[in-house]
Design a protein around this ligand. Structure first.
Ligand SMILES: *Cc1c(COP(=O)(O)O)cnc(C)c1O
Length: 368
């Protein structure tokens, strides 16, 4: 009888449930243990002999983009926070790549997965998600994806992964094999092992948050440059915190958002550069022609700005290194960003930007 002790005991522990979670975490760790790290390619730029440019190739993950890291982190975060257990219906609001990676991990764990996306999402992306065993729910209004995903998860008593809120905290920014630790370890034997700049785009903002926190934690002077496409709210939010919403969406897949997402942490960002969409696409074409690397348009955004930073360094008589990311595999975009007809339909003229890049790569001089 507990009458005298005054205790009220409410117990929700379940042996079977904990055993399932432990097994799920083992499966995620095993997947990571089987996987190799992604390459950090050195990219020679003839006009910039004293600036070393590096590309961290995130396209070689099993699901083809840097969202593989985020998908793994969000599942681990949900499992370790007691939010995902056996049979949990997992839901996400995503414009594509995140859902592809999450569907992969949901299948690994035997969990049902639903992605909520705008009706404008490309059939290629939908096919990739379905190939990984995910279900797609398409909604007319792109701004409603967050609420629809949250409601769906609630109705199913499932879990809304919510990449745009949790990306910045699901990854351990001190290290633990995150993208920042990997980059800096791979630079160890280079002539400029501490980069002058790291250049990344922002979708969730998670990657820039991890890098910005990591360089402080490690006591490094490396500066973080975020690149932003047209029609994205991050630029306004960076200039004037609390501000920023746009009405039309970004046209560069993977980066640029209609609202400043909670995972975007402007205080760790040193510089934000707005890049014209046609320049981003031109840079993806340019990278392909100069190096053979076939990357998506968000990689182009970063390459364009990284090239400008390299020229600035040369003019200032500075030497050093610049690191950026190859965010996803360009094979996904052969019918779109790499189709001349499709590019012309968008009204983009790549010519002037290709000329700027050629001149910069050959002579180290930024025109304009
Ligand atoms: C998500 C994404 C990014 C940006 O990464 P975040 O960590 O979400 O800010 C860049 N490029 C591509 C192709 C992406 O899918």
């Amino acid at each position: 009888m507990g009458l005298m002790s005054g205790l009220v005991e409410v117990d929700q522990s379940g042996h079977a449930e904990r055993a399932w979670v432990i097994e799920a975490i083992r499966k995620l760790k095993a997947d990571q243990t089987r996987s190799a790290d992604t390459h950090l390619h050195a990219v020679p730029v003839p006009g910039l002999p004293d600036v070393d440019l590096y590309l961290k190739d995130e396209s070689t993950h099993p699901t083809g983009s840097l969202k593989h890291r985020l998908g793994r982190s969000l599942f681990l975060y949900g499992l370790c926070s007691g939010l995902i257990s056996e049979g949990t219906h997992v839901v996400e609001a995503s414009s594509g790549s995140t859902a592809v990676s999450e569907a992969f991990f949901a299948r690994l764990l035997g969990l049902p997965f639903t992605a909520v996306m705008a009706t404008t999402t490309s059939p290629t992306k939908i096919a990739l998600i379905e190939r990984e065993g995910g279900r797609c729910v398409l909604v007319e209004d792109p701004a409603s994806v967050y609420d629809v995903a949250r409601d769906l998860a609630e109705q199913a008593r499932g879990h809304y992964l919510d990449q745009f809120t949790y990306a910045e905290r699901a990854t351990d920014w001190r290290g633990n094999n995150n993208i920042a630790e990997s980059i800096f370890e791979q630079l160890a034997m280079e002539r400029f092992p501490t980069p002058e700049w790291v250049v990344v785009g922002a979708g969730t903002g998670g990657t820039s948050a991890t890098l910005g926190r990591y360089v402080r934690w490690r006591g490094l002077t490396t500066r973080l440059c975020v690149v932003d496409p047209e029609n994205s709210a991050f630029l306004a939010a960076f200039r004037d915190p609390g501000c920023g919403e746009t009405t039309c969406g970004s046209r560069i897949e993977g980066i640029g958002r209609p609202r400043a997402e909670p995972s975007f942490l402007p205080d760790v960002v040193d510089r934000l550069v707005r890049v014209p969409d046609a320049a981003s696409v031109a840079a993806a074409h340019f990278l392909r022609s100069r190096t053979g690397a076939l990357a998506g348009p968000s990689t182009g955004t970063a390459i364009y700005a990284a090239t400008k930073l390299g020229c600035d360094m040369r003019v200032a008589g500075q030497s050093g290194s610049i690191v950026t990311l190859l965010c996803d595999d360009g094979v996904r975009y052969l019918d779109t960003y790499f189709s001349d007809d499709w590019v012309a339909e968008q009204g983009w003229d790549l010519g002037p930007y290709l000329a700027v890049l050629s001149h910069a790569w050959d002579h180290g001089v930024w025109m304009g």
